[in-house]
Design a protein around this ligand. Structure first.
Ligand code: DOR
Ligand code: ZN
Length: 347
């Protein structure tokens, strides 16, 4: 049996939710990952260091006793965010990054930023202290086609912002286009991107060709095949500016399978199996460790994990549940539409 052993991975973009959903989805991540950047788009959002502390405590309370996992907390940037609170949270280690959602861009982003000038003092302070800003990079202008919103965001918001505050360290979250990849590659320093598992596997046909498949709908929406190929090339290249952020974002089936379904793909349970498959297809299994375990901590200036995990390539497809049950309802697991042969070996 073929096996590979890599440093224990981290997930640099994860939605854990709260309550019954948190309890049900957390073990899928903490079984395999050492750390994750926890998204703050709860209702109400995690806006202060005090909010992050209490949310972190709820995550730790939901963690299975035999799992070792460190949640890295983020604050949801609003137009009234207090720069002193952000800086204090970063200095104490209670907060790792701040998340910028343009207001209205995605799930629970109503309290996000409408006017970027209003948050300039907070961003300047973050630049001073070296605190990363995680960016949901899509414009919300209804005039802009949804498939163009990432590319337009780079031109209208991200590039001007980087010129205005050159010291700000930015992660372009869940990059989905060749434009995004090229933009990140154009910067030598202070700019990186996360790439999701599912954007390496599906293009927009998965959502729309032959029927609407709501479980492949997420934001930013999957784009044309040429963009998926650019993402695959970036992820499997070993380039330190690209690392895994699964964007695993659970919603219950009734909220996905309806006339106006929520955006989000729940890919935490089979992410490492999917990624090993993708990297093997690209003949780049030797680059998997960089993407999932090394490039992320390097950007966040955190140590790499010392523990390891082993992935095994089985002869028969690996069985995994199509859905998980949660106290809030069933949640469908990402279906890559091909059998998976790689599995994480039991420790
Ligand atoms: O598809 C998405 N789901 N994109 C986001 O940006 C948010 C996320 C969620 O919270 O469900
Ligand atoms: Zn997300």
């Amino acid at each position: 049996m073929k096996t590979i052993t890599i440093r224990r991975p981290d997930d640099w973009h994860l939605h854990l939710r709260d309550g019954a959903m948190l309890e049900a989805v957390l073990p899928a991540t903490s079984a395999h990952f050492a750390r994750a950047i926890i998204m703050p788009n709860l209702v109400p959002p995690v806006v202060t260091t005090a909010d992050a502390k209490t949310y972190r405590a709820r995550i730790m309370a939901a963690l299975p006793k035999d799992h070792a996992f460190t949640p890295l907390m983020t604050l949801y940037l609003t137009e009234s965010t207090d720069a002193d609170d952000v800086a204090a949270g970063f200095a104490s280690g209670e907060v790792t990054a701040v998340k910028l959602y343009p207001a209205g861009a995605t799930t629970n982003s109503q309290s996000g930023v409408r006017d970027i000038d209003k948050v300039t003092p907070v961003l300047e302070r973050m630049a001073e202290i070296g605190m990363p800003l995680c960016v949901h990079g899509e414009v919300t202008d209804p005039e802009i086609d949804i498939f163009d919103r990432e590319a337009v965001f780079i031109d209208r918001v991200l590039d001007p912002l980087r010129r205005r505050i050159p010291g700000l360290r930015i992660v372009m979250e869940h990059v989905t286009t060749r434009n995004g990849v090229d933009y990140v590659k154009s910067a030598d320093e202070g700019l990186a991107a996360t790439i999701t598992t599912h954007h390496l596997i599906i293009n927009r046909n998965a959502i729309l060709a032959g029927g609407i498949r709501p479980h492949y709908y997420c934001l930013p929406v999957a784009k044309r095949e040429e963009h998926r190929l650019a993402l695959r090339a970036a992820a499997t290249s070993g380039d330190a500016r690209f690392f895994l952020g699964t964007d695993s974002a659970p919603h219950t089936d009734p909220l996905k399978e309806c006339a106006c379904g929520c955006a989000g793909v729940f890919c935490a349970p089979n992410t490492l199996s999917c990624l090993a498959h993708v990297f093997e297809q690209e003949r780049a299994l030797d680059k998997l460790e960089a993407f999932v375990s090394i490039n992320g901590p390097a950007f966040y200036r955190l140590p790499v994990n010392e523990e390891t995990i082993t992935l095994q390539r089985r002869d028969e497809p690996v069985a995994y549940p199509a859905k998980i049950e949660t106290g809030a309802g069933p949640v469908t697991v990402f279906d890559p539409m091909f059998p998976l042969y790689w599995a994480v070996a039991d420790a």
